[in-house]
Ligand binder design. Structure first.
Ligand code: ADP
Ligand code: ADP
Length: 225
């Protein structure tokens, strides 16, 4: 059974901005899908509808047989990673990573153990007690990844997670994200406008323009020349 199924999904903002125009797309379990296209073509809107953060104007977004908007936010099996990290500045790195688990009332000892585990995986152990402001961009993005990972969701949604990083770090983080994707056995939908990310990371590239899917396929088929 597919993990994610979009059928005839559209989104209109206000009265006339057609951001997503009748998109149908099936995403398989454990697939790494890259949504790529120029700024304003509807990538983020589509991702936010997958997350249930944005209502659909028409059509259905179905995850594991259930419409996303029918599932309580707490029970959605989705973690999101943003371009600007979206960390809480007044909390330590550990508190940021632990936040979702505390909300779900996971027992304190279990939280500590999970936080330590995830931090070790991402090389964050020595930053756990620091505020995010004292970390570099790459470290902050690792914290955002750790916060997503610790939830043990089966679906990762990433919105241009590397675009604030320099080229060298982007390349390192591309492999780290791919390794995590494989290790965790998750389904990932990754938004970018960077062709290198699409070519090197995707099982399947979905090319968007003006709210529609223009083309899709394996990187080797789309970027043959
Ligand atoms: P992308 O992620 O590809 O840059 P977006 O999904 O952010 O594209 O935007 C698609 C279109 O919808 C654009 O025309 C954008 O201006 C518009 N849009 C996005 N978010 C909103 C919003 N909250 N309110 C009104 N219009 C929006
Ligand atoms: P509390 O919320 O009980 O005041 P803290 O603010 O110290 O606790 O931390 C919030 C969460 O982050 C706790 O669940 C704790 O387990 C975890 N945490 C804090 N510091 C660390 C650390 N150094 N290593 C692992 N987990 C930590």
């Amino acid at each position: 059974m597919p993990t994610i199924e979009l059928s005839h999904v559209s989104k209109v903002y206000g009265t006339s901005t057609l951001a997503v125009d009748d998109v149908s797309l099936t995403i398989a379990d454990r697939e790494f899908v890259v949504l790529i296209g120029p700024s304003g073509c509807g990538k983020s809107t589509l991702l936010r509808m997958l997350a249930g953060l944005e209502d659909v104007t028409a059509g259905d977004v179905v995850v594991d047989g259930r419409r996303v908007n029918d599932v309580h936010p707490k029970n959605r099996d989705v973690s999101m990673v943003f371009q600007n990290y979206a960390l809480y500045p007044h909390m330590s790195v550990a508190q940021n990573i632990a936040f979702g688990l505390r909300l779900r009332r996971v027992p304190r000892a279990a939280v500590r153990e999970k936080v330590e585990q995830v931090a070790a995986t991402l090389g964050l152990t020595r930053y756990l007690d620091r505020p995010p402001a004292e970390l570099s961009g790459g470290q902050r993005q690792r914290v955002a990844l750790a916060r997503a990972m610790v939830q043990e969701s089966r679906i990762f949604l990433m919105d241009e997670p590397l675009s604030n990083l320099d080229a060298k770090l982007r390349s390192t983080m591309r492999s780290e994200i791919l390794d995590l994707h494989r290790q965790l056995g998750v389904t990932t939908v990754y938004v970018t406008h960077d062709q290198v990310e699409a070519m090197t990371m995707a099982d399947r590239v979905v090319l968007m323009r003006d709210g529609v899917v223009r083309q899709q396929g394996a990187p080797r088929d789309l970027y043959r020349h």
